[in-house]
Design a protein around this ligand. Structure first.
Ligand SMILES: [Zn+2]
Length: 228
């Protein structure tokens, strides 16, 4: 038998089934016994299974491993929703990230991943760029030569002697304050390419809560590393 949700009501006179989004809901009058519902469902089983299969064909879950998934953007959960459309696109609206792909696309997974990744990269880069402008002003630092976003396993950001800064894409799920800390940390490396006392004094001067932010990354950081 399949899983279903039972909704009993005093006003209802008949039993009804709704199959939607791969789940079955049974509506029944309050006086109907469970046994009656079970035998009725058994009778209706072929129809229910046909409905489930039909909906499954419409959205093939094997092709959509991210389905029902959600991701964090700046510490808010955003639900992922997938749809076939005439063109590939991605839009965020009311905590839903709607990803559409053209029916001509062969590799759905790859297309979705690249669309989502690109979207998150642009979103994170836009935020970081804005904050770098702000912090460079107050730190009296020249703007970095280059800003990139990459996927790192063990670091949140990096800075080299060519003044090129890279930030981990997984930061997109973190609270703004934590991202700000990583920005100040990397900008402080423009003066000190080490973790010396002077380096930490510079971080402290422009981000006094650095300990809270770095503790957050130590304890919650792994929760940011999903899908990619
Ligand atoms: Zn560092």
């Amino acid at each position: 038998m399949f899983d279903y949700q039972l909704k009993k009501s005093k006003r209802r006179k008949t039993v009804a089934i709704k199959v939607h989004d791969q789940s079955v809901t049974v509506y029944a009058p309050h006086y109907v016994a469970q046994k009656q519902i079970d035998s009725w469902l058994l009778e209706k089983q072929p129809w229910i299974e046909a409905q489930l299969k039909k909906q499954l064909n419409a959205v093939d879950t094997k092709q959509y491993p991210l389905i029902h998934n959600k991701i964090k953007i700046f510490s808010d959960w955003v639900k992922l929703s997938f749809l076939e459309s005439s063109l590939s696109d991605i839009q965020e609206h009311n905590n839903v990230l709607l990803v559409t792909h053209s029916t001509r696309v062969k590799n759905y997974n790859g297309k979705y991943e690249s669309l989502i990744k690109q979207y998150l990269e642009e979103k994170l880069a836009a935020y970081i760029e804005m904050r770098i402008n702000y912090y460079c002003k107050i730190m009296k630092e020249e703007l970095p030569q280059k800003l990139s976003i990459a996927i790192y396993k063990r670091r949140w950001g990096s800075c080299n002697s060519r003044r090129e800064l890279t930030f981990n894409l997984h930061l997109i799920g973190a609270p703004h304050a934590v991202i700000d800390y990583v920005i100040v940390h990397e900008l402080a490396h423009l003066q000190y390419l080490n973790h010396s006392k002077d380096f930490w004094a510079r971080v402290e001067a422009f981000f006094p809560d650095h300990k809270i932010a770095s503790d957050w990354l130590k304890t919650q950081g792994t929760s940011l590393q999903w899908v990619f």
